[in-house]
Each structure stands twice: as C-alpha cells, then as structure tokens.
Design a protein around this ligand. Structure first.
Ligand code: FEO
Length: 397
C-alpha cells in the first residue's frame, strides 16, 4: 500500500497485515490488523507519528522513499507493533529526534536499546511547532501501558490516538465511513486490550473530549471520520451500566455439565434474560471477552478434573479476572464424578471481579430433578437481580 492522503499535509503510512491471525500469542485476529503510522508535514519541519511492526518494516521503508528529512519521530506507545521499527527509522534519519512521554523514555531504551541522546521527552500538554502545524501531546496513561500518550494536531483537527480507540481490522478503507462492522471490531479490541483499565480511561476520555477534532487516527484499523461514534461507544463501555445479560462459558466432558448449561440457558431465556453461551473447547476468546464488556452476570460451567475445575475453564476464568469486566454477579454450575473442590478453586480465581456470588449448583453424575429445580431457582435469582438493573439488553455482538 502506498502512502494515502488524509489532509493536504497529513499522510497515512503503515502496513495492513491481512494474514495475521494471532496477537501477543493470545488474541485471535479474525480480520487481521494494521499498523498505522502518520506523516505530518509542517512548513518547517516534518514528523512521523509511530512506525510499524518490524515484521512489516519493508512496507514503511518503501513509503518513506523520497522523504528526505524527518525531524521528529513521535512514539505514542512502546509496544513493538508501533515502536519496533523506530531504531531503523532513527538510523535512516540521523538528525531526527525521538519524542515520547517521560515514562516511555526508559521503556524505549529497555525494549529497543535506543541511544538516550536521541530522545526528547514531552510533558502533558506540551507542544512542538512544525512551522504552520502544532503537535500537542496529551498524556493518556494506561491505554494500555503506563507511558501511552496521544497527539492532537489542531490545525488539521486530527487526534492521533495509537492503540486508544483502535480496531484490529485489515481493510483497504482509509476511513470508517458507514462500515457497521467497525463497532464490533472496536468493541472486541476494547474488550481484549483496554477493559482492564476502564476506570483510568474515564479520565483520559475527559482530556480527549476537551480537544476539538474531526478525525481520530488510531494505529490499528481505519480512521474515524465520525469520531462521536467511537467516543460514545467508549463512554458506554467504561460506564457502570450493565445489560440484562448472562455470559455462560463452560466445558463438558461427558455431557452432564452441558445438560445443566442448556437447561439454565433455556430457563434464563424464558425469564427474559439474554444469554451468551460459550463452549470453551471451540470458543474464540475474543468473542468471549467482547460479551463480558457489558454483561451483568457470569455463570461458569465446569466438570471436575482431579478435584478442581477443568483446566480450560481455569484458564478462561483467569482471563476473565484479568480483563476486569464490570460484572455484578457470578455463579458456578457443573457435574462431578466422585468429589470436587471446583467451586472453592474457581472462586479464588476471581478476586478482581467485584461480584456478588449468587451460589453454585453442582451435581454428582447426571443432573436429576432436584438439580434442575436448583437451576430454575438460580434463574429466578438472576432474573430478580437483573430486574434491579435499569438497562435492557443491547448490541448485536
Ligand atoms: Fe498496538 Fe499495545 O500495541
């Protein structure tokens, strides 16, 4: 892909990674991703905002062909998918200064072995003049590392947000336009990357809202030409509001737990509660994370393996705890062969979830009528708890 014009003096550069299917050796990428860099030309100086993943450095190299001078390279975030090619760009442009937040300086030196003398740190709100353009740096910590910042270009009314507001989406579309799929891609991205920092993001949102811009140019996915769409979505996700929804991840080894899961799913649906059911043996964990963004309740279904929960359930529960969704309630259901400590072990895995535990329904072997009655009672409890919540189920995701 060649550089693409965003405004007269701002170009998109970067690489669209159509074939990448896994990020951080953890996160599925059903639709690939992109690593966006941006070139801003002022009347006196030129700045490159971020770079690309080193695996696709050759793409950026071709795009820089003919750019004789870069005065500043801005690093919004140290993670290698954006900063990994900075050492090569610094070599290509020996007069360029690397600009970053104070917290980023040590990180960039640690991760990329950079020469300290090439780095200039900028304080929150500080500006750098490019002649007729101004780069204003806004510290936005924990989206999603401690050093992250964004850049506001007031003359062109563009906010360069790096990971903040990003989406893992490979596309030839430069702008979001009316692509309805972006809402799902951005929500997936938020769930996997940003959700653990929900409360910190609230402060960052206020800082971002104070700027007046027409475009948000993230470092993954297309440029938002209707920023209000993603801003209001973020404000919803980071709020305390939850929906009348149960997320039900489970594993079943011989079918007993699955009977319970199916029974509870039907019982909840009869009571007007939406359910997202995930068989963890075949689940895309990104979908699971996305469902946790605004659900009120998680019900974990597990058989017992060597006294504890199934290892795949153990792993998914640990992930849910790390993502810190705004769940209000939790419960555990499942079947065991001869004995179990699954409830105790699962409960100890979720200290970050500020949930009311609504109880556990366990049965030895096949679920019988008393177990099904307990599941009906659990469904009643969940319905009643959700009736206290104001917000109806939303979203197609
Ligand atoms: Fe897109 Fe945190 O890197």
């Amino acid at each position: 892909m060649k550089p693409r014009q965003i405004t007269q003096d701002v170009q998109w550069m970067g690489a669209v990674d159509w074939n990448r299917r896994l990020f951080d050796s953890l996160i599925p990428l059903p639709d690939g991703t992109s690593y966006n860099a941006y070139l801003v030309r002022g009347s006196e100086k030129t700045a490159l905002l971020d770079t690309v993943d080193p695996a696709m450095w050759d793409v950026l190299l071709h795009q820089l062909d003919g750019i004789e001078k870069i005065d500043y390279i801005v690093s919004h975030h140290t993670e290698q998918d954006h900063a990994g090619s900075i050492p090569t760009v610094l070599e290509m442009y020996p007069m360029a200064t690397l600009v970053c937040s104070p917290k980023a300086k040590a990180l960039l030196m640690d991760h990329l072995n950079l020469d300290e003398t090439r780095i200039k740190t900028v304080e929150d709100g500080e500006t750098i003049a490019l002649g007729n353009k101004t780069l204003r740096f806004i510290h936005t910590p924990w989206v999603h590392w401690p050093e992250t910042m964004v850049t506001f270009l007031p003359e062109d009314r563009i906010l360069f947000s790096c990971d903040f507001f990003g989406s893992h989406l490979a596309t030839t579309d430069l702008f979001v336009g009316d692509n309805p799929y972006i809402a799902e891609a951005a929500k997936r991205y938020y769930a996997e990357i940003m959700m653990p920092f929900r409360s910190t993001i609230r402060n960052n949102m206020k800082k971002v809202r104070a700027c007046e811009f027409d475009l948000i140019a993230p470092s993954h996915g297309p440029v938002y030409d209707n920023p209000e769409m993603i801003l209001s979505a973020y404000e919803d996700w980071i709020s305390d509001a939850v929906t009348n929804t149960v997320v039900l991840p489970y594993i079943s080894m011989h079918g007993s737990t699955e009977i319970m899961v199916n029974y509870l799913t039907a019982a909840l649906a009869e009571r007007g509660v939406k359910v997202h059911k995930f068989d963890l043996s075949v689940t895309d964990i990104g979908k699971l994370a996305m469902s946790l963004v605004d659900a009120a309740t998680i019900v974990i279904g597990t058989p017992t393996v060597h006294v504890g929960p199934h290892p795949i359930v153990f792993s998914a529960t640990h992930l849910a705890n790390a993502l810190r969704p705004k769940l209000k309630h939790a419960a555990i259901i499942g079947s065991y062969g001869w004995g179990t400590k699954a409830v105790e072990q699962l409960t100890s895995l979720i200290p970050n979830l500020k949930v009311e535990v609504l109880g556990a329904v366990l049965c030895k072997g096949l679920p019988k009528s008393d177990t099904l009655a307990e599941l009906d009672a659990l469904a009643d409890t969940i319905r009643d708890k959700h009736l206290l919540l104001a917000k109806p189920p939303v979203c197609a995701s």
